[in-house]
Design a protein around this ligand. Structure first.
Ligand code: MN
Length: 240
């Protein structure tokens, strides 16, 4: 194929215990999927969750540095369970949704919270708040063929060793089969799709120099160091 620019590399995620990687097609995310988090965000507890998306090349592997992004002074972590889709489908029934799951990983849905709040109040899209470069932290994917389909597991996050989030994936408003059933009525899912399933309570800011560790029992941990970018903004929004 001749083309005017080089085609972009296909983003991919490590698979635990395997040399082969998991290529990423799309990243879907669920918002407002834990009642306690809905409360802290000023929403009704049982308000139905929503979907948004991130660019596939925003994936950020375990151990990578995360440049503190420009255009925010309130940059947040969100520890989440990530579902990796191995078999596609549209209108997937919840009863057979697990057959479409390749595996599970720890994720971190990094967010420019100030831009998200402004977008919400103005009724505008969330792309600049959620679709930032490197904003989709994800650890190694654990194949369901090896570990099964977890329905109850502690989900937690620390900043500089201090615990900031602790929940359980059993507390999701939409469980994984419910998410797949609902999402697949909007989009035909394909192998390579990732689904971030929402975060429990305790979201908060990080600053350059912070070390953020997210974990889910049985799925390992996901560590990132937030680094200042020369000429970029610090968490106070000043240039240095
Ligand atoms: Mn989230």
């Amino acid at each position: 194929m001749s083309s005017y620019v080089l085609p972009a590399r296909v983003p991919s995620v490590a698979v635990a215990g395997e040399a082969a990687r998991f290529p990423v097609r799309r990243i879907y995310c669920v918002g407002f999927n834990y009642a306690e988090h809905n409360r802290e965000m000023g929403r009704a507890e049982r308000e139905p969750p929503i979907f948004f998306s991130k660019p596939a090349d925003a994936v950020l592997a375990d151990g990578a540095d995360l440049p503190y992004p420009a255009r925010t002074a309130n940059f947040h972590y969100e520890a989440e369970l990530v579902v990796a889709i191995g078999r596609g489908g549209a209108g997937i029934p919840a009863a057979s949704a697990r057959d479409h799951v390749y595996g599970y990983a720890v994720g971190n849905d990094y967010t420019r919270r100030d831009l998200q709040a402004a977008a919400k109040s103005a009724g505008r899209p969330w792309d600049t708040a959620k679709g930032l470069d490197h904003g989709a932290g994800i650890g190694a994917i654990h194949a369901a063929a090896r570990i099964g389909h977890p329905t109850r597991a502690a989900l937690w996050l620390t900043v500089n060793g201090v615990e900031r989030q602790r929940g359980d994936i059993a507390d999701m408003i939409w469980d994984v089969p419910g998410i797949i059933a609902e999402l697949s009525t909007f989009f035909e899912l394909q192998p390579g799709d990732l689904i971030y399933t929402g975060t429990p309570a305790g979201v908060g800011p990080v600053r350059p120099g912070d070390v953020v560790v997210a974990g889910i029992d049985g799925l390992g941990t996901l560590t990132h160091r937030i680094v200042a970018v020369p000429g970029g903004q610090s968490s106070e929004g000043s240039s240095r």
